[in-house]
Write a new protein. Structure first.
Length: 382
């Protein structure tokens, strides 16, 4: 698809899906972030200037609060109450004046806020994508890391956000503010190093054959990233296993008593009786086998007990026992089962510690991104 045609389509989508804003700019997409859900009340104020409160942006404000005043919104008998005033509709829109920002329970945010009545109050931040990233990147990667690693993270975070818009559409916003999407804490998280990284990559997005990619990232691969089919069960061509410059990084160990392991198995619907044997081939990074992927991550483990046997996937075991990754070995030690492995996260896409290592070896952010996402192009979308 022609790049400029795609750009026109993207902006048309951004315009028709975003709530009209008095502060948004037409040259940059706006995104909506769910900050909180199920609240009984929330306090809002402006950092400076007037705070405007609307029932909808097509009408005049129902309240104009001077600087220093606070808006207290709560749910009372299934009605929204704003500073004691009953609101007929199911939402409130709160905007700061042109010279201020909005505080939500004393934490400052760029853009503006919508409050939705949905089993309590849902707090939604409407924010331009670049401003959103300034509150994301320092929470996803240490701001003290090298500039090229931070720039790679900025592009990955921007691409992920644009690809996953409407992920929480049924809840009234695009993305949540937790690690389920990307950790976002607004202006209180901003650091000059990460803001600089966002600004230096302004509007840059990763594409594969004309489509924005799902730019997944994780903490550390342990020595080799993973291919999507070994995590999701389906192949994504740009999420392929790639080797790292360092092996066996971020070592970890977890121990589980035999009794606790049996109890967890039973709760998962996998009763074994007494555990007799665990079958899993030895870990070798970059060398696959029947029960391990090419990266060395566990595909399956056979547990043999007195009343039967059970095969569990590496992903199942990671979930059941809260393991950092699926790159592990298993052994008995006394009355315990020991999981010992490397890395942290699902292993797909960019490894943050791997990006740090590549940046320290002189690679720029484009080199880093092209290392982790196979066959992609980096384009300036806006």
């Amino acid at each position: 698809m022609n790049r400029y045609f795609r750009l026109c389509i993207f902006f048309f989508f951004a315009v028709i899906t975003a709530l009209p804003s008095q502060t948004s700019a037409s040259w940059q997409p706006e995104i909506t972030i769910g900050l909180s859900q199920g609240l009984s009340g929330v306090h809002l104020s402006s950092t400076s200037g007037v705070l405007y409160v609307y029932e909808d942006l097509e009408s005049k404000p129902i309240l104009e609060l001077p600087q220093g005043s606070e808006l207290n919104v709560r749910i009372l008998r299934d009605q929204i109450m704003a500073n004691g005033q009953e609101i007929k509709g199911d939402q409130l829109i709160i905007q700061p004046g042109a010279d201020g920002f909005i505080r939500v329970n004393h934490a400052p945010y760029r853009g503006y806020i919508t409050l939705l009545k949905r089993k309590g109050l849902t707090v939604v931040n409407h924010v331009l994508v670049e401003d959103y990233l300034c509150g994301v990147v320092p929470k996803e990667m240490p701001p003290s890391w090298s500039a090229e690693a931070l720039r790679a993270q900025s592009v990955a975070a921007r691409t992920f956000a644009l690809k996953n818009r409407k992920r929480h559409a049924s809840e009234g916003f695009d993305l949540c503010s937790t690690s389920h999407c990307q950790v976002y804490e607004g202006m209180s998280a901003e650091m000059w190093t990460t803001t600089e990284a966002v600004n230096r990559t302004h509007g840059e997005v990763l594409f594969y054959k004309g489509e924005v990619i799902d730019a997944l990232f994780h903490t550390d691969s342990g020595g080799m990233t993973e291919s999507s089919e070994n995590v999701w069960g389906s192949s994504v061509p740009y999420l392929c296993a790639v080797i790292e410059s360092q092996m066996q990084t971020q070592p970890w160990e977890r121990s589980v008593s035999l009794d606790a392991l049996m109890q967890k198995m039973e709760k998962s619907g996998k009763p074994l009786g007494t555990l007799k044997e665990i079958r899993l081939s030895p870990l070798s990074i970059g060398k696959g086998s029947g029960d391990r992927s090419l990266s060395g991550r566990v595909r399956s483990v056979l547990f043999i007990g007195t009343t039967g046997s059970v095969v569990l996937s590496g992903n199942d075991l990671r979930s059941i026992f809260s393991l950092p990754s699926t790159l592990f070995d298993i052994r008995f030690r006394g009355g315990e089962v020991i999981f010992s492995g490397y890395g942290s996260g699902h292993g797909l896409g960019l490894s943050q510690w791997g990006a740090k290592e590549l940046a320290e070896k002189g690679k720029n952010y484009k080199d880093i991104l092209l290392h982790y996402y196979s066959g992609v192009t980096l384009e300036k979308l806006y």
